[in-house]
Design a protein around this ligand. Structure first.
Ligand SMILES: NC(=O)c1ccc[n+]([C@@H]2O[C@H](COP(=O)([O-])OP(=O)(O)OC[C@H]3O[C@@H](n4cnc5c(N)ncnc54)[C@H](OP(=O)(O)O)[C@@H]3O)[C@@H](O)[C@H]2O)c1
Length: 217
């Protein structure tokens, strides 16, 4: 069983992922930025760690993740402005990579974005910046020597989902339930042979365990 640190533990994906990992027997620590979020994490069996990724140094993040062997990054600025997008979705990932390396943590799972997202809509500066930052964060992680997995979900919908997905190296764009993203992350964490892969994800017809099995080389 692994010790997993979730950055974004209180979010739509992260709050579903944490209990799944606990249920599977993993030890889970969740980063949260408001003290009042601790009780909910604790009641789900997750150890809370108070901190704001915007202001945490690499050294502080290394202390937070010190006993872990897996880090999941599923935090995001959620449209709160370009500066916060850069600081959270961009620099937050880069700090995570440095902290993982400092601790000898090989396995980092990053929730990125599907690069075809929003192409059918008129361009907006904030969204273009978000996609650029996501791409830069992916590049930084992919260039590291870590055993990373970058998951690129389509547009997220706030549902638990039915556990059926379409996952592959290059698939058609679509939406995906946040619960299905969490299931996919949980299954990937239990399949360490899948490493150094960028995986696109939408809702689909394939049960998550079968989808993950089909991704093994
Ligand atoms: N929206 C989409 O359609 C879409 C599509 C593809 C990929 N994604 C990406 O998927 C990931 C997960 O999305 P989601 O919908 O689960 O996100 P979400 O519900 O907005 O949750 C974001 C998480 O990040 C945390 N967070 C935000 N700022 C933080 C900070 N400064 N320090 C520490 N934690 C911070 C939030 O904490 P609080 O609970 O305190 O806010 C929350 O736990 C994100 O990276 C997002 O960019 C989104």
């Amino acid at each position: 069983m692994s010790k997993v640190f979730i950055i974004g533990a209180t979010g739509g994906v992260g709050s579903r992922l944490g209990p799944m990992l606990v249920e599977a027997g993993h030890g889970v620590t969740g980063l949260h930025r408001r003290p009042d979020q601790a009780d909910k994490l604790l009641s789900a069996g997750i150890t809370p760690w108070l901190g704001d990724i915007m202001f945490m140094s690499v050294a502080e993040l290394a202390v937070a993740t010190r006993d872990c062997d897996v880090v999941v990054f599923t935090a995001g600025a959620a449209g709160s402005g370009p500066e916060r997008t850069t600081a959270i979705d961009g620099e937050g990932v880069i700090k995570t990579v440095h902290a993982a390396r400092a601790n000898g943590i090989a396995r980092v799972y990053l929730v990125s974005a599907f690069m075809d997202a929003g192409r059918a809509q008129p361009r907006k500066d904030g969204f273009e910046h978000y996609m650029k930052v996501k791409r830069q964060a992916d590049n930084a992680l992919a260039q590291s020597e870590l055993d990373w997995v970058i998951l690129r979900p389509g547009t997220l919908v706030s549902e638990d989902g039915n556990g059926r997905v379409n996952a592959g190296l290059a698939i058609s764009y679509g939406s995906v339930a946040r619960g299905n993203v969490a299931r996919m992350l949980a299954a990937l964490i239990d399949t360490p042979a899948i490493r150094r892969e960028i995986i696109e994800l939408t809702d689909g017809d394939i049960l998550v365990p079968d989808a993950v099995m089909s991704l093994q080389r």
